[in-house]
Design a protein around this ligand. Sequence first.
Ligand SMILES: Cc1ncc(COP(=O)(O)O)c(C=O)c1O
Length: 384
Amino acid sequence: MTMKVPRYDYRSQFERLDEFMVELSNMLVDGHYVLSGEVAEFERAFAEYLGCSFVVGVNTGTDALLCSLKTLELQPEDEVITQANTFNATVSAICLAGLKPILVDVNEDTFLMNIDQAMAVAGPRTRVLLPVHLYGKPTPMRELLQECAKRGVELIEDAAQAHGARIEGRRVGTFGVLGCFSFHPSKNLAAAGDGGAIATNRADLQGRLMALRALGQVGQNNHLQVGYNTKLDSIQAKVLSWKLPSLDRWNEQRRSIARSYRERLSDLPLKFQTWDEGEEHVFHLFVIRTEHRERLLEYLQSNSVDAVVRYPVPIHLQPAFSGCGWRKGQFPVAEALARELLCLPTRPNLTIAEVEYVSDCVRSFFKGGASSRDYSIAQTRGES
Ligand SMILES: Cc1ncc(COP(=O)(O)O)c(C=O)c1O
């Protein structure tokens, strides 16, 4: 029997909804909509949660990256190293900041930045290293931090997919000089619209970021620099503060779902993103790797499983970056992952029955079960 398995369930993210709606309507009639107390309160709470000194709320994760790069006051064409498999925003922000993106490939097993390659391409114009904690898996930080310190390079973390992830107890987003978060509705900590934030331990950077997000304003009508207008919206801050106390529990549920998927799929010809000792992966996405990605995707969707591909085109092959001089074949692991990764539905309240159904669908695809006749690999190979 077919079961519908969606990727999101927003109702379940609002515990005590009636109470929340009362507070929200008070906010609406109160009229303090821009950089109100709700924003300051969320910034305080998120900084405490992360274990860093400051958080500055902005409009999106893309703006968090852009403002972070802008606030370091780099020279045009200074280089920022990042990875070839990430969401477009990581690299767009580098370009929008007037800097030069330098890509490196990723590791076959972690799907994260290849640190050796990053060190090999770092040169005299390299100012920033920008690893992405992709799919919620923390990029190992110890070696990166040492290398950055040795070379005088700043480390900015793209933690847009990794709220709450930890390495040896420390939250990602707090290792680098700046850590960037997105609260897009798809994220582990989701606003009811767009939202973003930057974490830092440096008071000088916090001050600059607060000005930068508000048209360079420090005090009423006193504009010290040319800035952006990119503030975290007060209503979004309220939503985020409401959800934040649940984040660790939700992330634990995501880990438990990942464990269940891995157990149920372990004997199939699939690869998983590695899950290392000492790290707390937060499984923003649960990804599997298979050469049969396109047909499996079609099969799962035809069985009402909301599987999705993140990301089918690696950065260096995106038309937006055609002027950067990258070519097909340059980052072979990123290209293979773009062809072969598939995200199975995951969300904190995915039930065991749903995990079982999705896993059974994947199993029947590979084993050529009755319901999968049209799609099964056995059939493609002409086996009966
Ligand atoms: C890795 C990564 N970086 C940056 C962003 C940009 O965030 P936003 O969509 O809030 O601008 C996202 C999310 O969408 C992301 O997944």
